[in-house]
Design a protein around this ligand. Sequence first.
Ligand code: ACO
Length: 323
Amino acid sequence: MIRGVGLAVPEKLLTNSDLEKIVDTTDEWIKTRTGMEVRHIAEEGRDTSDLAAEAVQRALDDAGMTVSDLDAIIVATVTGDMQFPSTACFVQDKLGAKQAAAFDIAAACSGFIYALSIANGLIASGQFRHIAVVGAEILSRITDYEDRATCVLFGDGAGAAIVAPADGSGRGILDTYLRSDGSLHELLYMPGGGTKYPASHKTVDEKYHYIKMEGREVFKYAVTAMGEAAEYILERNGLSGDDVALLIPHQANSRIIEATAKRVKIPPERVFVNIQKYGNTSAASIPIALAEAKQEGRLRPGDLVLLVAFGAGFTWGSALLRF
Ligand code: ACO
């Protein structure tokens, strides 16, 4: 079960009107095509692990637990501090979580659902009791602010959940569903920085260290895959949209969110949307939304919550929680 949630976002803001001054775009276009108004941007010197550690500390506070309770830290990110060691190790050090195992997973925007599924399995096997599952990204550092098709979309932030064994009350992670299709990787990727294209003058000149995306194609796949993942996990558990107290979808585009909700017949008042405040924060978007939903009183103990995400890879998936 999820015992506590927390979020951390940088203070600096990037508004649509700021973007109008950088690229050929308009506030109107961004709002109507994406639903976004503002993003948070990490200040120089602030690392992904800083945001992640803050989010974990807030989730621990929310759970009434301390760092010494943590057996493991899993960070879902595609913008880790370094290629290695893992960002989770930096978080472990910053928190002083001496006894905790630490590792990252990379599944882009689906990363939090993938990490939650792994944590659930590790707890069910009896290996660990308390795991901090974090989604943390500083996407502004891999965004090309000369490319209007991508730079309006992304923001920075982190969210965390403390996952613990079920307490016998029926609350807990009921099911998770994970999928992928690597044949479509060229629709959304960052070519540079890995072993295929190690840093060189060529990779820098050709902007290989920035996000490359075929937005229209990604949009089509995202609508289909998120709808399918939401529908499938409900059916597999003998449930329908009527049973869901809150749908928390990955915040990539308000039109994708609307299409997903429609497919499982969940009305807008039971869909959590905060894309206007943060843009797309990839793996951080669902845990930020979870923490905010709890803060706003939209998540009560015993509520059925449906999480659904889609991201680069492609990866996609869903999770059903009794909160
Ligand atoms: N401002 C103004 N015009 C723009 C902008 C902009 N920022 N960006 C693109 N346009 C133009 C295009 O050039 C195009 O012009 P044209 O018709 O003259 O060629 C027109 O707007 C329409 O472009 P489309 O790409 O078809 O616009 P679309 O309605 O598909 O919206 C968007 C683009 C917002 C990127 C959408 O496709 C989308 O959200 N796709 C999914 C993106 C996504 O979810 N990515 C993340 C996945 S998760 C992860 O792993 C990070």
